[in-house]
Write a protein of this length. Structure first.
Length: 73
């Protein structure tokens, strides 16, 4: 059970970090003063979206496993 909770916390951290990355990339794209090309921003945004999707999916699956785990003490 502890391992599942650790996994869930890890996925939550990854989800939040990837959301921060996505927002940062959008700000870079709007301001266009970070020295990045549009292509670089698009590639990094797609990468952060992939990380976000995977982390969110795995986090939901882990939460379901925790919910359905037998209650042993």
């Amino acid at each position: 059970m502890k391992l599942l909770i650790i996994r869930l916390v890890t996925y939550v951290i990854l989800t939040v970090a990837s959301l921060i990355g996505i927002v940062t990339n959008i700000v870079f794209l709007i301001n266009q003063n970070a020295g990045w090309t549009v292509g670089q921003v698009v590639v990094f945004t797609i990468a952060f979206l992939a990380i976000f999707g995977i982390a969110l999916h795995q986090g939901v699956l882990t939460a379901i496993r925790i919910k359905n785990a037998p209650k042993t003490e």
